[in-house]
Design a binder for this molecule. Structure first.
Ligand SMILES: C[S@@+](CC[C@H](N)C(=O)[O-])C[C@H]1O[C@@H](n2cnc3c(N)ncnc32)[C@H](O)[C@@H]1O
Length: 314
């Protein structure tokens, strides 16, 4: 159990990828709101995270609590493939990544850039050849390339276009750590008791029971300053999906699970926007300070808040 979650977060394991919407900044607020029984005992019997992304919360809990069983999910096939490679073949992955790192860092800036684009091209060309359904040796090389691209691309964000291609440009870093061996080894150890699934969040219900701790961190609701149209989301997660998620939340609540959900607060941009207040009416809705880089007028005007919604208050 932790006294100071923020310093503890620098320990390993921590996310092995920088991920859009990563929750490392919110860990302090989330941990304070864990069920008392968990804070007191330090034990989590079953943990389910249906939108795992970079897994900031999962790795944090692994670091500071005894998590007996965990189930992690995400719809992103490349992401879950990489988790599974770390789970099954971390040694081989580390040796490929070390080799990539050594070669890359020896190059001049211009040659690093060429190397980046050549690996990016290879990554995108392989799209049609990879069998994402069955674990395969080819996945190891691909996971290494994904980590390389994540560590060396502009802004360090993994983003795919509508064709599933990785299209982020080269980023300039002096000495990027491409192969973080201690963290990859530690992440491998954490994933030993973990089930990894590439699927829609609704499929997690079969793993959720009375007493299961579920952390839900769906894609942010898109900002909607100028119109009332809310159907579009770059991540493909629409307001209808948010509604579907709220229905799912209610269903899991009835099962007796302990649920924590985080989301962007639309009130940051429009005080009258009570979309989530209506969807989660009757639950424990809190607005907590968040450190987020949002390029908008609102972020300059005041503090950005994040929503944390729980179905318990103990
Ligand atoms: C805000 S991110 C999660 C970030 C994560 N908490 C972290 O710390 O890195 C949301 C994730 O949901 C995934 N996602 C989007 N739609 C989904 C769906 N229908 N079912 C499951 N996962 C989904 C995205 O691929 C993305 O990784």
């Amino acid at each position: 159990m932790s006294n100071n979650p923020l310093t503890k977060d620098s320990k390993i394991p921590r996310p092995f990828l920088k991920w859009a919407g990563g929750k490392r900044q919110l860990l302090f607020e989330l941990e304070k709101r864990l069920p008392h029984s968990i804070l007191e005992s330090g034990i989590i019997d079953r943990y389910v995270e249906p939108f795992v992304g970079g897994g900031a919360m999962f790795f944090y809990l692994e670091n500071n609590y005894q998590v007996k069983k965990s189930i992690l999910m995400d719809v992103n096939v490349e992401l879950i493939m990489t988790y599974r490679v770390i789970q099954n073949d971390s040694k081989h992955l580390i040796s490929i990544l070390k080799d990539i790192e050594d070669k890359h860092l020896q190059k001049s800036e211009e040659d690093r850039k060429k190397n980046y684009y050549s690996i990016r091209d290879e990554f995108n060309t392989q799209l049609d050849e990879i069998d994402y359904l069955h674990y395969d040796h080819d996945w190891i090389q691909r996971a290494a390339h994904l980590i390389f691209l994540n560590k060396t691309c502009f802004n360090g964000l993994f983003r795919l276009n509508s064709k599933g291609e990785f299209n982020v440009p080269f980023g300039r870093y002096q000495n990027p750590t491409i192969c973080d061996e201690p963290n990859l080894k530690s992440a491998h150890d954490s994933l030993k008791k973990t089930e990894l699934l590439c699927t829609d969040f609704t499929q997690s219900q079969q793993f959720i029971d009375e007493g299961t701790l579920v952390y839900l961190d769906p894609p942010y609701r898109p900002l909607n300053n100028t119109s009332h149209f809310t159907g579009y989301s770059r991540d493909g997660f629409t307001d209808d999906d948010q509604k579907k998620l709220a229905e799912f939340y209610k269903k899991m609540d009835k099962k007796g699970a302990q649920l924590i959900l985080s989301n962007s607060d639309p009130k940051n941009h429009d005080q009258k926007d009570d979309f989530f207040d209506k969807l989660y009416y009757g639950y424990n809705i809190e607005r907590v300070p968040a450190k987020r880089n949002i390029n908008s007028k609102t972020s300059r005007r005041g503090e950005i808040k994040e929503l944390i919604i729980r179905n318990y208050s103990y």
